[in-house]
Design a protein. Sequence first.
Length: 197
Amino acid sequence: MRIFGVILAGGAGRRMGGADKSALLLGAQPLLARVIDRIGPQVDRLAVSANGDPARLAACRLSVLPDALPQGPLSGVLAALDWAAPQGATAVVSVAVDTPFFPGDLVPQLLLAAEGAPFGAAVAESGGRAHPTFALWPVALREDLRAALARGEAKVMAFAQRHQAALARFGDDQAFLNINTAQDLAAAEALLCGAAR
């Protein structure tokens, strides 16, 4: 089994004044670098899903995958599946660039949950809430996903539910703190400072 990873970094950052969230600093380190450090050890290979000029991400030294047809996170997942399939990957795990504290055991827990799922997919959940950008997507779902996007069906959780994705439950709600606003960034800094004490 070969599990690849993709960091979803294609959001417009509207609530951050259009800022590139991957470059936002948290504890003097860009969010993208923090997420690479967290997911990198859990997967065989890693890429970034992002649109626009890939040169801005050159420092990360990862493949940058643009969306063929930008429709949100699922387009990034499809780009990752298309990148991973010819390299012999079994599945791709997606993570969001603006959620830097996700669990260090994300991938093994998703794999464990997916064992009982008919299509082998799994989505992270904490506090009764699903986090569909943190998910395990088997390469076998690639053409189904392409067809769904062609029909304009771009809701991540709807696609996951249609393919009976299992839920991988995590106990720490703060692990999925999502940085969308300046207030969220301040909360993340406070969390980081608390963890450092």
